[in-house]
Design a protein around this ligand. Structure first.
Ligand SMILES: C[S@@+](CC[C@H](N)C(=O)[O-])C[C@H]1O[C@@H](n2cnc3c(N)ncnc32)[C@H](O)[C@@H]1O
Length: 371
């Protein structure tokens, strides 16, 4: 991992790519932007309210905007032309706030220029701002520690030459119980230098994609709770030359959830149940915390300690009732699947469907679908 002072080449290559080379979403050479399943109808409606100039320069690879964030303080890493910030701004309402941070002036200009138009659509002045800066240096850009409830990011962290600095900065910026909810590009293996040093592959996110196992290990070392995978879809590389360069490596768009919560300090024999109250607008019947943990409204479910900690002490705590169940073995309930396990599962499905010619190539619980 490069320290920031040695990463200027990558920063400047990425700035050129997003500021000067790409003119609109259509110029991307991978299907990362289309790999993700359709957003929730509430998010779709919010996207329709976003000014056209902003939507036209959307370069994300997922839908990292959770529902239930009314009144929350949101930070978007690598906000680009600002689409996700505008959507989040509509969802947090007049009491919440949204800050986007990006290093590319051309992108920031589009994001800032459309706030007036958006204000007219909303009918109130949103607390929405865009700051210039590096996502590796959040504090330098004015993001104070413990001020953010939910940090989102859409296809950006893979572009950073120092992902550890980014995650450490986010951990510091989040309030206790806060969350990094983000979509990004990952590889199923460590990447060779020929891929990591190719400018187009870096710009498209392929060159900097982290091996899923390394990423999850890094997140835990920084202090986040066990990483949750919310959705995972394969990314197709359309360009023949790029296909040859990446050879057998497979890439995935993954939406991860990293919570800043501590594990429950219960005794070994204590278990937990969680009951979803059905109070998040848009998720009235059920709530999907991750691929393995989907809660039906008003049904008590045994959960692991890590899940109990998330549901009782994160920003989601108001939406759940969590109870200790003494003398139960549920405290030992399995942790949710790692991305590597899910990738292996996808590969098996792919194999089966190619044997049977045709089938599903994506997983993601309620948010997944066929591509
Ligand atoms: C793939 S685009 C995604 C933009 C936006 N999130 C979206 O969904 O449209 C990547 C953006 O991240 C920004 N970016 C990349 N690396 C960055 C860094 N180290 N610090 C700040 N911004 C960065 C780029 O300038 C670009 O606008």
């Amino acid at each position: 991992m490069l320290p920031l002072e040695n990463s200027e080449d990558i920063h400047s290559s990425v700035k050129t790519y997003y500021g000067k080379v790409l003119t609109s979403s259509k110029d991307l050479k991978t299907s990362a932007c289309t790999a993700a399943a359709a957003p929730h109808s509430i998010v779709r409606k919010a996207i329709e309210s976003v000014p056209k100039a902003v939507n036209d320069k959307f370069y994300g690879c997922g839908n990292p905007i959770p529902l239930g964030i009314k009144g929350k303080d949101i930070l978007d890493l690598g906000s680009g032309s600002g689409r996700d910030c505008y959507v989040a701004s509509a969802l947090v309402g007049p009491e919440g706030s949204v800050t986007g941070i990006d290093m590319t002036d051309e992108q920031l200009q589009i994001a800032r220029d459309s706030i007036g138009e958006f204000e007219q659509t909303l009918g109130y002045t949103p607390k929405l701002k865009f700051v210039t800066g590096y996502i590796e240096e959040l504090q330098k850009a004015g993001i104070e520690p413990s001020t953010i409830d939910v940090c989102i990011s859409n296809c950006v962290i893979n572009l950073s030459p120092n992902k550890k600095l980014v995650l450490e900065g986010v951990h510091q910026a989040l309030r206790k119980g806060g969350e990094l909810y983000f979509s990004d590009m990952y590889a199923d293996a460590r990447l060779p230098e020929s891929v990591r040093k190719n400018d187009v592959l870096i710009g498209e996110g392929i060159g900097g994609a982290l091996y899923v196992k390394d990423f999850e290990q890094m997140a835990k070392e920084i202090g986040f709770a066990h990483p949750r995978v919310l959705s995972i879809s394969p990314i197709a590389i359309k360009d023949k030359e790029l296909q040859a360069l990446v050879a057998n490596t497979r890439y995935y768009s993954i939406t991860y959830r990293l919570f800043k919560t501590d594990e429950h300090k219960a005794t070994k024999r204590t278990g937990f149940t969680a009951r979803y109250l059905g109070t998040i607008e848009g998720h009235e019947d059920k709530y999907e915390l991750d691929i393995d943990n989907v809660f039906d409204k008003d049904v008590s479910t045994l959960v692991s300690r890590s899940t109990a900690a998330i549901l009782s002490s994160s920003w989601l705590s108001g939406f759940f009732a969590v109870e200790e169940t003494p003398n139960s073995a549920s405290g030992l309930a399995a942790l949710p699947s790692t991305a590597k396990t899910l990738i292996n599962h996808l590969r098996r499905l792919e194999q089966q469907s190619s044997n049977a010619s045709g089938g599903c190539c994506s997983t993601g619980g309620a948010q997944g679908g066929c591509c």
